[in-house]
Ligand binder design. Structure first.
Ligand code: ZN
Length: 444
């Protein structure tokens, strides 16, 4: 079998030596060349960027190059900057092959190019996680209710996790906020809390991972507009990413106890909908007044966080498609994170740079806490200002974190839009490679 050669060049000097028509190169539109049967990828124009961005671009370039090559077998013979993450390039290549065509009756052309990579095992695992997370998010709510996510999560995590779910009157009693948000849904979409626990671990270290799983968010009685609702099948993107993260940790054989908590609800409209001004007693005993039924994610997370704290874990991570304000601040590609522990924050930033999986810290700015004051209850679920919405959402969650247990809250889009590297639009895995790296550093 003929193997086509790829050379990835990072400096002008390298390029001048190897590529004749150097003057034509521009990034990101025209930096891939075929010359004398060798494919050159010329990255001198990103050499001034920081490590995070360079590693991020390598993933995107992998997608683009796979598309450029189309068919045949390829091998990377030269990779000019060993300080960067070559794995990203190969992972991007594989992820670039993804398509969601379950509901298309026309056949697609699946001419795909093969890359022979030295990181085969790792790439296969991470690619599977990407495909699972994307498939789950892309599946619309008429096919995917709370129970279905639970079932699919269980299947994906296979036999290495034990599982149980809480629903009905038990949920109402033990997790009143989760029940309140989900109680308007139809019978087969009733709210549940899933708990999946890793088996066969020797470690005494415990991590709880919590994913927001709103299978569809109409906004509830504070109904969203049509355009605001259009993407809301992705409001379970936190849960999908958390299942992906649990799988990444498990298959990397990091010896740590993982508990995966998935509050799964549909925020729908019916005579049973919870209302603005309703007051509910949360799991931890405090009363929460509903300022806006569209701020439902933080409610279901609050009860799950309280439950997580009761088992005194070494770390809690939650992931949620929580606020538009986070997207206003950082755009759709960069999830924000909040953390109550400075050391842990620094470690996560480092993990993000190394993996090229972007995630950016925003402050838990306590002085905004009084925006959540309620007239008639202990706390309200929405701030009274138009500013700082991602922060006040995080501060609301922090109210339920006990005993300064190290806690990371990730506010993510969980959705990709087409860009200069990829035409893909749909659900996305975000932040989980950085979080897995963090866990590996701390617990492996
Ligand atoms: Zn909402």
């Amino acid at each position: 079998m003929k193997k086509n050669i790829i050379k990835i060049l990072f400096s002008e000097k390298e390029i001048k030596k190897k590529v004749k028509n150097f003057s034509q190169i521009s990034f990101p539109s025209n930096f891939i060349f075929k010359e004398n049967e060798v494919i050159y990828v010329c990255l001198n124009q990103i050499s001034d960027l920081n490590k995070l961005q360079k590693n991020f671009f390598l993933f995107q370039i992998g997608i683009k190059l796979q598309n450029f090559c189309r068919k045949g077998t390829y091998i990377i013979k030269y990779f000019g900057d060993k300080s960067l993450n070559e794995v990203n390039f190969c992972l991007g290549w594989e992820v670039g092959k993804y398509s969601f065509d379950k509901y298309k009756t026309t056949e697609r052309n699946n001419n795909v190019a093969t890359l022979i990579s030295p990181f085969k095992g790792q790439i296969k695992k991470e690619k599977e996680v990407f495909f699972f997370v994307r498939d789950l998010i892309n599946t619309p709510a008429n096919f995917l209710g709370p129970n279905k996510i639970y079932e699919m999560g269980r299947v994906f995590l296979k036999k290495s996790f034990s599982s149980k779910k809480i629903s009905g009157s038990e949920l109402k009693k033990k997790f009143p906020l989760i029940h309140a948000v989900g109680k308007a849904a139809s019978k087969e979409k009733m709210p549940i809390l899933c708990e999946l626990k890793s088996k066969n671990t020797k470690s005494k270290k415990k991590i709880v991972i919590i994913g927001k799983g709103v299978t569809f968010d109409t906004g509830g009685l504070n109904l969203k507009t049509g355009s605001g609702m259009a993407l809301m099948k992705k409001d379970m993107g936190g849960a999908a990413n958390c299942i992906g993260l649990a799988n990444l940790i498990q298959t990397s054989k990091i010896d740590v106890n993982i508990t995966l908590l998935l509050p799964l609800v549909e925020n729908s409209v019916s005579r049973d909908s919870f209302r603005p001004s309703d007051i509910f007693k949360s799991r931890d005993g405090r009363f929460v007044e509903i300022g806006d039924t569209d701020a439902e994610g933080r409610l279901i997370l609050a009860d799950a966080i309280s439950y997580a704290c009761e088992s005194k874990p070494d770390m809690i991570i939650d992931m949620a498609t929580l606020t538009g304000a986070s997207r206003v601040a950082l755009g759709i590609e960069v999830p924000s994170f909040f953390c109550n522990n400075d050391q842990l924050s620094m470690e996560l930033i480092e993990a993000s740079q190394e993996t090229g999986d972007p995630i950016w810290q925003l402050p838990l700015w306590e002085n905004y806490l009084d925006q959540l004051n309620s007239n008639h209850a202990d706390v309200k679920n929405i701030g009274n200002s138009i500013f700082g919405g991602a922060i006040t959402a995080a501060l609301f969650l922090k109210e339920f974190v006990k005993n300064q247990i190290p806690w990371v809250h990730v506010d993510l889009m969980a959705w990709s839009k087409p860009n200069k590297f990829s035409s893909y639009e749909g659900g996305e895995a975000m932040g989980i490679r950085a979080l897995k790296k963090l866990i590996e550093k701390k617990f492996a």
